[in-house]
Design a protein around this ligand. Structure first.
Ligand code: P6P
Length: 334
């Protein structure tokens, strides 16, 4: 039987091999993985636990919070605040940053997360997930929101945990993408994919088609060509998927290729897009690039965007390299 490599062993070997993972970062990633296991347990309870339905509150985005959004956020805060590896945390569910309390030692890392992405899918039992991003705190005493405003290319670790038919943790520290499946009997994440690669071409796109009338011309042009199939300019038929859970759509793309698009549209013209840059687009874009794909906002590489606000939004086009380059080219030609 091929030796089963646990997440802990993988991280220790990565640390030993090329010092890619300082011990404090290894500790942080193991703590985040343990928190995702707890979130997975809560998600899997469903209607059997007191975890379903609305929390009766709104998050900073003005969106109704589900009970599980709050639970997942609290699990991540409580798991990470005492370990001494973090200076502060930021979450989709919290307006401001969460500075590690003085009663605990402060570390050099900043952790950002969407604790439960796709929570509109909870009631219908469709895959949801936790997305996380790790930055180094800039030199200097104390920590402020400004310290978080770093471009995605500064990330030192990024990943997600998808709560689906399997619970799978997907991670990069800048040396490719690895996937770990949760062995519930042992309670440990086991390495099941290493050096994940996305095909450069695809015949599958993911976009919310109900927004078509609101899209900009380059997006309309790209999707129209896909819909024309082999009789059209692309000369091949396309398939469409839209799970309305970014984690699940990105996991499919990391697994078999494809292009995911949540572009700017006319519904809220003052917003650059729906998805958040710091804790959705940046971690997902790094994973995609580390697996040989590409990620732009239609005009520039997402990882090069210099953030100005913690919760700022961005237009997202990511996945198979040649398709992302085509959509981006259509924007530059427009
Ligand atoms: P829509 C989930 O709420 C999310 O932030 C992403 O996970 C997902 O891709 C998108 O929004 C779905 O948005 O407008 O299709 O419901």
């Amino acid at each position: 039987m091929s030796s089963r490599i646990s997440l802990t062993r993988y991280l220790v070997e990565q640390q030993r091999m090329d010092g890619h993972i300082p011990s404090q970062l290894r500790l942080l990633l193991e703590v985040v993985a343990r928190a995702c296991k707890s979130i997975s347990q809560a998600v899997n309870k469903g209607a059997l636990g007191d975890v379903m339905g609305s929390a009766g509150s709104e998050n900073v985005q003005g969106e109704m919070q589900k009970k599980l959004d709050i639970i997942a956020n609290e699990v991540l805060i409580e798991a990470n605040e005492w370990g001494g590896h973090l200076a502060a945390m930021a979450s989709e569910e919290m307006e401001g940053i969460y500075v590690v309390p003085n009663r605990y030692p402060q570390g050099e890392y900043l952790l950002l997360f969407d604790p439960l992405d796709g929570s509109s899918n909870i009631e219908v039992n469709v895959s949801i997930g936790t997305i996380f991003s790790v930055l180094l705190k800039p030199e200097g005493t104390g920590v402020s929101e400004q310290d978080f405003l770093q471009a995605g290319c500064k990330q030192v670790a990024a990943g997600y945990c998808v709560y689906g038919p399997q619970t799978t943790l997907v991670l990069t520290v800048g040396d490719g993408v690895a996937m770990f499946t949760l062995d519930r009997e042992q309670g440990s994440f086991i390495l099941t994919e290493e050096d994940v690669r996305i095909p450069e071409n695809t015949q599958e796109f993911a976009i919310n088609m109900s927004n078509m009338r609101h899209w900009d011309a380059p997006v309309k042009r790209y999707i129209d060509e896909c819909l024309q199939g082999k009789e059209g300019p692309r000369g091949k038929d396309f398939n469409m998927r839209w799970i309305a859970s970014m984690v699940a759509d990105v996991h499919r793309i990391l697994t078999r290729g494809g292009v995911f698009m949540y572009p700017w549209d006319k519904r809220e013209p003052n917003k650059p897009g729906k998805l958040r840059l710091m804790y959705e687009a940046n971690p997902m874009s790094w994973l995609i690039e580390q697996a040989g794909g590409a990620a732009t906002n239609g005009k520039q590489r997402i990882l090069d965007i210099q953030p100005t606000q913690l919760h700022e939004r961005v237009s997202v086009i990511l996945g198979s390299k040649n398709e992302v380059e085509r959509v981006t080219r259509y924007h530059s030609e427009a």
